[in-house]
Design a protein around this ligand. Structure first.
Ligand code: C2E
Ligand code: MG
Ligand code: MG
Ligand code: MG
Length: 286
């Protein structure tokens, strides 16, 4: 198969590059139309208040089960959806779906139960043009959800890509009353110089910094402490991502971290499997 140059290194590189291009094209073709074919779904992962140990809300995470390709990770298909612009349509669908789901849950809860939030990831591509602001405004009007119960997560690297556009859109969203979050905090660039300029209420510390906290040789602890001190000084609340152990949870609670999310509490699951969470929370909240 390799062209007769006899240089194996070339042939190998050539093949894997071609494979990657072919994979990418297949993925892109399959992704177009995935929404119409009903292959996309929304899973929800609990976010828990550390002080009360009660459910605070859920993060909505997109899932794609393709008949040809099988389960495709959002780490693989979201970047393609962003590059192709498909994210605008697909993201609007997810936002509506997640808000409607939250309203259904809330309606089923007895009086006096605390309000829950739903947190939706938004990519930088959606911050351009007015579509996102319109979708959010229409969805809130249509469902009657209190705006602060809708959280929108934006990665800091996404914001940094085009600060002026991002700031303008974020300010419009803030004016609608929704809660804005910086996602994967700590993994982007020049975070500190911009954080105070963003109308952000929640900072989500990336799970790479949460790994190992509470253990003897943790080098992440000073970083997490510094992020908590800084964000709390600015009046923001903090979600620690990727909490997998009781040791991490206990350490974070001792540092006055506000909220946690991770496998220790629950993995992302389809709505039908969240009944447990909703019941458990009602029991403790009552
Ligand atoms: P993210 O927003 O930072 O989401 C958190 C990711 O960490 C999720 O991966 C979640 O399943 C995973 N996770 C949660 N707890 C733990 C834990 O304790 N341990 C470990 N190892 N992982 C944990 P997922 O669902 O594969 O999503 C990956 C990324 O894809 C998300 O990162 C987000 O950036 C993107 N994404 C997912 N859904 C959407 C969407 O609807 N729109 C956009 N724009 N991006 C999305
Ligand atoms: Mg997120
Ligand atoms: Mg995150
Ligand atoms: Mg992350």
């Amino acid at each position: 198969k390799a062209k007769g140059s006899g240089r194996n290194g070339y042939a190998l590189f050539d093949t894997s590059l071609r494979d990657r291009v072919r994979d990418r094209v297949r993925l892109e073709q399959a992704l177009r139309g995935a929404l119409d074919r009903g292959e996309l779904a929304v899973y929800y992962q609990p976010i828990v208040d550390l002080e009360s140990d009660e459910l605070d809300g859920f993060e909505a995470l997109m899932r794609w089960q393709s008949p040809e390709l099988g389960f495709v990770s959002p780490m693989d298909f979201i970047p393609i959806a962003e590059e192709t612009g498909l994210i605008v349509e697909v993201g609007a669908w997810l936002l509506r779906d997640a808000v409607r789901e939250l309203v259904r849950w809330t309606e089923r809860r007895p009086d006096g139960a605390r309000r829950l939030h739903v947190s939706v990831n938004v990519s930088v591509r959606q911050l351009r043009g007015g579509a996102l602001v319109r979708t959010v405004r229409d969805t809130l009007a249509e469902t009657g959800l209190p705006p602060e119960a809708l959280w929108l997560e934006i990665t800091e690297s996404g914001v940094m890509e085009d600060v002026d556009t991002a700031l303008q859109t974020l300010n419009e969203l803030r004016d609608l009353g929704v809660t804005l979050c910086v996602d994967d905090f700590g993994t982007g660039y020049s975070s500190l110089s911009y954080l105070h300029r963003l109308p952000v209420g929640i900072v989500k510390i990336d799970r790479s910094f949460v790994a190992g906290v509470g253990e003897d040789d943790s080098t992440n602890e000073p970083i997490v402490r510094a992020v908590l001190a800084m964000t709390h000084a600015m009046g923001q609340r903090v979600v620690a991502e990727g909490v997998e152990t009781a040791v991490q949870r206990d350490w974070l609670r001792a540092q006055d971290c506000d909220l946690v999310q991770g496998w220790f509490y629950g993995k992302p699951e389809p709505p039908a499997r969240l009944e447990d969470w909703l019941r458990r929370d009602t029991a403790t909240a009552g």
